[in-house]
Design a protein around this ligand. Structure first.
Ligand code: G1P
Length: 290
């Protein structure tokens, strides 16, 4: 069965980005000139999926407006003859079917995914976390859906992290059954380095079977007092096979200030419009840095 639906949790407070996120959604913070969530939705679309559910919360209305028509703005751009910008704005509202549901209380990632149950309606589905932006020749999600198409089983996108970082992630214990593909034996959310079973960290990309939903309903709060998706996945693998796929691509943790700055610099350098001038500016600036 093919994956036709993607779920993007976007209800968090964005505490790591205060004060910028006091009154606006962290998903709308721009990297160069595109809001972070647009990169995620473009990855979904580039992976062949058009149905998207954003699990949102209060202060998130700008996300809905971003993927809606903007008649006054479109009229203004048309009148001014700004046809290229008009195309950019119009394409946004046509790129996917973006739906919204509110997570009324913030009880963790597992709880946010449970809010998608009706939308998902018994199908396998993708999950993308907005703090993880991945750049590479093949969209990260497409790499996961490829393995899902082969196995029909839950697939977690992973990458290796340094030992001192394992406590930030869901960590996988597994057996490598072919290069880059692991059969998962266990999962632990944010372990201390001394008990982490490996350095393979879940990087915000998942293909999940609908068997996760009844498990989520019974999953008690775990790390940080939150209902953890990783804990529910650890239960799922007692019932069904679960795979970890080491996907290719450079991943940025844009929920972290330094990660956000890295993404901004590297994405800007990669742009054909501002890239060359920005490169020259950095070259001038850097010899002078101490
Ligand atoms: C979440 C997940 C964790 C995963 C991480 C990836 O944690 O719970 O398993 O490794 O995203 O970014 P969070 O970063 O929301 O604390």
């Amino acid at each position: 069965m093919q994956i036709r639906k993607a779920v993007i949790p976007a209800a968090g407070f964005g505490v790591r980005f205060l004060p910028a996120t006091k009154a606006q959604a962290k998903e709308m913070l721009p990297i160069v000139d595109k809001p972070a969530i647009q990169y995620i939705i473009e990855e979904v679309v580039a992976s062949g999926i058009k149905n998207i559910l954003v699990v949102s919360g209060r202060n998130k209305r700008a996300i809905e407006d971003h993927f809606d028509r903007a008649p006054a703005l479109e009229e203004h751009l048309r009148a001014k003859g700004k046809t290229e910008l008009l195309r950019v704005v119009e394409e946004l509202s046509d790129m996917a079917f973006v739906h919204f549901v509110r997570q009324k209380e913030q009880r963790g990632l597992g709880h946010a995914i449970a809010c998608a149950r009706h939308y998902v309606n018994g199908e396998p589905f993708a999950v993308l976390l907005g703090d993880d932006i991945v750049r590479g020749p093949v969209p990260a999600l497409k790499q996961l859906t490829g393995l899902f198409g082969e196995t029909g089983a839950t697939v977690l996108g992973v990458q290796e992290v340094p030992a001192e970082d394992v406590s930030k992630y869901g960590i996988l214990d597994g057996e490598e059954i072919r290069p880059g593909v692991f059969r998962v034996r266990g999962l632990v959310e944010k372990p201390s380095p001394s008990i982490a079973p490996s350095r393979l960290a879940i990087m915000g990309r998942y293909c999940i079977t609908p068997a996760i939903f009844p498990i989520l309903e019974e999953t008690p709060p775990g790390a940080g007092g939150e209902i953890q998706l990783t804990d529910a996945l650890a239960r799922l693998l007692r019932e069904e096979p679960v795979y970890g796929l080491v996907f290719e691509g450079r991943r940025y943790d844009i929920g972290d200030r330094l990660g956000y700055l890295r993404a901004t610099v590297e994405f800007a350098l990669g742009r054909t419009d501002v890239g060359p001038a920005f490169r020259n500016y950095l070259k001038e600036l850097l010899p002078g840095l101490d």
